[in-house]
Design a protein. Sequence first.
Length: 151
Amino acid sequence: MSVIDDLAAEFAKLPGIGRKTALRLTYHLLKQSPDQSRRLAGALEALVARVRRCSVCNNLTEQDPCALCTDPRRDQGLLCVVEDASDIGAIERAGEFRGLYHVLGGRLSPLDGVGPEDLAIQSLVDRVSNGAGTGAGAGAGAGCAVSIAAG
């Protein structure tokens, strides 16, 4: 297998990218300057090296806890539960929600072997029982409203 085929195979693993699109992307990169390809490779390396899960909400972040969890202007008693970190961007762009988030990291799918233990459900239960927010609160979910955003 050639390096062209190797890269196309990696692209084809991405969601929404089939074999033809993967080859198109590969050949497009080959037409770019070596510097452009190095910048792309560097951005991917930085992504892998610096982005991790927030220890509070499970969002993707470069700092822990994330900027949303540490923002004092956010409503600590309001928690929006989302399936994936990518769902947060859509809600934030709407500009209406000022609470905190909790990312489950997927959805229950017994047929696919995804059970509650595979998702961030226990940490959600812990947050709500501690008053949501970042763990500080009156306990037993006092003053906490939870909304679930379906993806």
